[in-house]
Design a protein around this ligand. Structure first.
Ligand code: PHE
Length: 344
């Protein structure tokens, strides 16, 4: 048999076998390119046809055309079949889609209530011209007590049960008042700082006492600072934080060794006018300790009490949050319970 005729038959067998194997659209396309493409096998044979004798042309020309037509038709049929199969598979997939299936809400985190309240407080104090200050939680006895007019063996140390470190004269700070000392040492006078931060006390834990809590400290030192500056500041920031323009304050004498005079500041109850459970029917809520910085403390921190005076105040952030949001147990702040935290 002449070479060309034999090739035509062999190509037919090979193309049929390749089509039978082409189960995907990509494979089918590869078969088309190999046999029917511009540089494919059929095109090669067409080129060859031009160089053979007239008789061979007469015999092989129609055979080659027939092969080309057959292959083109088989390719189209297979292409349609594969497209249908793809459509069918997509429909099957849709049937599996369950419109009644329950989708879990994505769990999103939020800032802790501490952080939110501290940011609000910082905004208020920054708007009044204060700097935000911070100090270490592992503190020296000197910054936490001695410089604040509480010498060793002074009974006032018993007011704040202390976690002592194994290193001598080091402790977990019991009050953010230590930041007063550090700020005065570093900046001198005049200054205005607001210092929120964690403090620790070796206390029996109950609904209103925790061994670790957040305090915030305010300190202003300048010439001619008096109690009226303290009272005006306290009233404005309490009005802002409780969002109550007519909130009032009252003062009672209080003892803190580093202030003289020392004052307890109470706020008129933001929730009632005649007594409720939050103010324990008194109309007033105890909120913070404060006073004019003791001249001895100023002197210890390198500030001349004959030139400068200052006021300081301190309060518990949890206590403020508990009053603002009606939280009844301080332990909830650290309990790590998502249900509690996500309310805020
Ligand atoms: N540090 C005091 C306390 O923890 C509060 C306070 C701060 C009092 C500043 C007066 C001035 O009780």
């Amino acid at each position: 048999m002449a070479w060309l005729k034999e090739q035509i038959e062999l190509v037919k067998i090979a193309a049929d076998a390749a089509l039978a194997q082409a189960h995907t659209q990509e494979k089918l396309e590869q078969v088309r390119v190999a046999f029917l493409g511009r540089q494919g096998t059929i095109a090669d044979l067409m080129v060859h046809l031009k160089s053979v004798s007239v008789e061979e042309k007469k015999e092989c020309g129609p055979l080659l055309n027939e092969l080309k037509n057959e292959l083109t038709a088989a390719y189209s049929t297979q292409q349609v079949a594969l497209e249908k199969a793809v459509e069918r598979a997509a429909l099957e997939q849709q049937k599996l889609f369950d419109v009644t299936a329950y989708v879990h809400e994505p769990v999103s985190g939020s800032r802790h209530i501490y952080t939110q309240l501290i940011e609000q407080l910082e905004d208020i104090f920054i708007s009044m011209g204060y700097d935000i200050a911070a100090g270490p939680e592992v503190e020296t006895e000197y910054h936490n007590f001695t410089a604040l007019n509480v010498p060793t063996d002074h009974p006032a140390r018993d007011m704040q049960d202390t976690f002592w470190m194994h290193v001598p004269q080091m402790l977990l700070r019991t009050q953010t008042s230590s930041v007063q000392v550090r700020s005065m040492e570093k900046q001198g006078a005049p200054l205005a700082i607001f210092a929120p931060g964690r403090v620790y006390r070796n206390e029996q834990v109950d609904a209103s006492h925790d061994f670790m809590f957040m305090q915030a400290e305010g300190l202003v030192i300048d010439k001619h600072i008096s109690l009226s500056h303290l009272l005006a500041t306290a009233r404005s920031f309490l009005q802002a934080i409780f969002e109550k323009k007519d909130l009032n304050i009252r003062v009672r004498p209080g003892y803190f060794p580093f202030v003289e005079p020392g004052l307890e500041i109470d706020a008129s109850c933001p929730f009632c006018s005649s007594g409720c459970s939050i103010c324990k029917k008194t109309g007033w809520i105890e909120l913070m300790g404060s006073g004019l910085v003791h001249p001895h403390v100023l002197r210890t921190c390198g500030i001349d009490p004959n030139v400068y005076s200052g006021f300081a105040f301190g309060f518990g952030i949890e206590r403020m949050a508990m009053i603002k949001y009606g939280i009844t147990d301080i332990r909830q702040f650290h309990a790590g319970k998502i249900d509690f935290l996500k309310q805020f």
